[in-house]
Ligand binder design. Sequence first.
Ligand SMILES: [Zn+2]
Length: 57
Amino acid sequence: MKGMIKKCSVCGEYTLREYKCPYCGGALRNPHPARFSPDDKYSKYRLALSLSTRKEK
Ligand SMILES: [Zn+2]
């Protein structure tokens, strides 16, 4: 469905963009997920994000 509001998983801003946050370029997610699944497609991405932002050294 078009026109659904999304929430940035990085800065928490709401937007009508479909793919990327217009403010920080972060990944968007549905602010009202129908259900929470432990292996939803965003959990992997969030893990990758947190790993990549962690400072190695
Ligand atoms: Zn953002």
